[in-house]
Ligand binder design. Structure first.
Ligand SMILES: Cc1cc2nc3c(=O)[nH]c(=O)nc-3n(C[C@H](O)[C@H](O)[C@H](O)COP(=O)(O)OP(=O)(O)OC[C@H]3O[C@@H](n4cnc5c(N)ncnc54)[C@H](O)[C@@H]3O)c2cc1C
Length: 277
């Protein structure tokens, strides 16, 4: 039997985890946990409800965190971001989506999370609500949104104008800011940019930065390293502006402009100003 932890009964990644659970065969029970988020307390509730069953969770930050606590409490191995299970063998995604690892689980019970978007969502059906024990462990009591100075935040923006090393300097971002202002967009950047101190780390997109999923991602002077793509592959459309026609970013782009961003970005801004009057 398998117990599935749902973050919420309508959460897409959780419903994908349900599909992974069904693929293991046998009966599946779905649970959510009531109350404020507290990973070790949620894990304790899941451990108690699971009895001796396998446990599957969503491949979200919370899913992976709670399952890690479940594994620690049960002293069992845990496989995160799984795409396929064949008996005690499985495939899982590692290194920000750049590696598919074949692994073997050396345990009687499986503790897994489903790789995001590797499974179609299932229908939740009956969901049991568990109460987390109040064990004094840290809890999230409040979410405070960062002060974006009235600008749209990177994670929520419908359009992101992002700059890489090709922008050349902190001052070079002024033309990206201008374009972003017209599009009601947020400004993002690559790690080279944050490492150089041109922009704060909160603006970084990628594996070790923010993961964005806007309608449009405009990558200016960004080469398209896998660690950067890991943060913007959720974008519906990607427009790449790069001087190098061989740049990797073009393999991911829906629209490509080959040329100097210092000419192209102001030209786009000027055209937009004409259209907007
Ligand atoms: C563990 C790890 C985690 C990482 N995490 C991240 C991450 O979260 N986010 C991230 O971004 N990177 C991350 N990196 C770094 C990543 O590997 C790349 O080094 C980085 O993304 C490259 O940044 P870039 O594209 O700005 O620079 P470059 O790779 O140097 O590319 C600059 C591009 O600009 C173009 N260009 C230059 N001048 C112009 C111009 N005038 N007009 C138009 N185009 C021009 C060039 O042709 C080139 O393609 C990580 C690396 C590691 C090892």
């Amino acid at each position: 039997m398998t117990l599935v932890l749902l973050e919420r009964a309508d959460d897409e990644l959780s419903l994908q985890a349900l599909t992974l659970a069904h693929s293991l065969g046998g009966e599946v029970r779905a649970v959510t946990v009531d109350g404020p988020y507290a990973p070790s307390a949620w894990a304790a509730a899941v451990v108690e409800a699971a009895g001796g069953d396998d446990v599957v969770g969503p491949g979200s930050d919370r899913g992976n965190e709670v399952l890690a606590h479940v594994a620690a409490q049960l002293d069992l191995p845990f496989a995160a971001n799984v795409t396929d299970v064949r008996g005690d063998e499985l495939t899982r995604i590692r290194w920000g989506g750049t590696l598919l690892e074949e692994a073997r689980l050396h345990a009687e019970r499986k503790l897994l999370t489903a790789a995001p978007f590797a499974f179609a969502p299932a229908t939740a059906g009956d969901v049991t609500v568990l109460s987390a024990p109040s064990d004094g462990s840290p809890r999230v009591v409040e979410h405070v949104a960062p002060d974006t100075g009235g600008k749209v935040s990177l994670a929520d923006a419908k359009v992101v104008v992002s700059g890489g090393r090709g922008v050349g300097s902190a001052e070079g971002f002024a033309i990206l800011e201008e374009l972003a202002g017209l599009l009601d967009a947020a400004v993002g950047c690559s790690r080279v940019v944050t490492s150089a101190g041109w922009r704060p780390h909160t603006d970084q997109v990628g594996q070790t930065g923010t993961k964005v999923s806007p309608d449009l991602y405009i990558a200016c002077g960004i080469s398209g390293a896998t660690q950067h793509i890991a943060g913007c592959k959720g974008a519906k459309k990607l427009l790449a502006i790069n001087a190098d026609r061989e740049a990797t970013i073009f393999a991911h782009a829906d629209y490509a402009v080959i040329g100097d961003l210092h000419e192209i970005v102001p030209a786009i801004t000027a055209e937009l100003r004409k259209v907007k009057g």
